[in-house]
Design a protein around this ligand. Structure first.
Ligand code: IMP
Ligand code: MG
Length: 179
């Protein structure tokens, strides 16, 4: 079994790059179908975790969807702190735009819930969530997630943009914490 050590922890292979690529392909197809008859679609990639997934996904989507970024942070070590900091860079006017939020992973859903309540989304035409991974058993917020790559158990995962204290994001595969 392929495994990696990051700082003091050991992680075992959970999803390889081929599985991730095939999930991305199917998500891209769904996104193209869903937005086929819509104009003014804008993607907002959630940093930092979503940067690799967002880049891969938007290159598989055929529609030319402009990408912007919002940085959210709530995690310290392998636990969510429950407090979400939001930092947005150079967002355009979102009035009447169809917004697609691209996130690496949704766990409690509190980060997304906090984000969606921001006044900057008050005048949008629509807003949908796309996440590579979802931990359904940890979900606390009432969220509708339109595009879900894969539902996973509550184990802590790293790789493909997901980090453990900023390390492990570069890994092409996704690993879960060895118990
Ligand atoms: P939520 O607010 O509980 O849904 O947490 C969402 C954020 O926590 C994600 O965007 C990630 O940055 C981080 N996160 C949640 N689970 C994991 C994990 O297993 N590994 C790495 N980061 C995670
Ligand atoms: Mg994240």
């Amino acid at each position: 079994m392929k495994s990696v050590n990051i700082q003091n922890l050991t992680f075992d292979l959970y999803m390889d790059a081929a599985e991730i690529a095939s999930i991305n392909q199917s998500l891209a197809q769904k996104i193209d179908d869903y937005y086929a008859d819509k104009e003014d679609v804008i993607a907002i990639i959630i940093l930092k975790g979503g940067y690799i997934f967002g880049a891969d996904l938007l290159r598989l989507v055929e529609a030319d969807i402009p990408a912007y970024f919002i940085q959210l942070s709530s995690y310290v070590d392998t636990k969510s702190t429950g407090e979400v900091a939001i930092n947005q860079v150079n967002l355009p006017d979102l009035t009447n735009k169809n917004i697609l939020i691209i996130e690496d992973i949704i766990e409690t859903g509190l980060s997304m819930d906090t984000l969606l309540k921001q006044p900057l989304f008050n005048e949008v035409a629509s807003i949908e969530l796309c996440t590579l991974l979802l931990k359904p058993t940890e979900l606390k917020a009432q969220l509708t997630v339109k595009f879900i790559g894969k539902s996973i158990p509550s184990d802590f995962v790293v790789g493909y943009g997901l980090d453990y204290n900023e390390y492990g994001r570069h890994l092409p595969d996704i690993y879960h914490l060895r118990m």
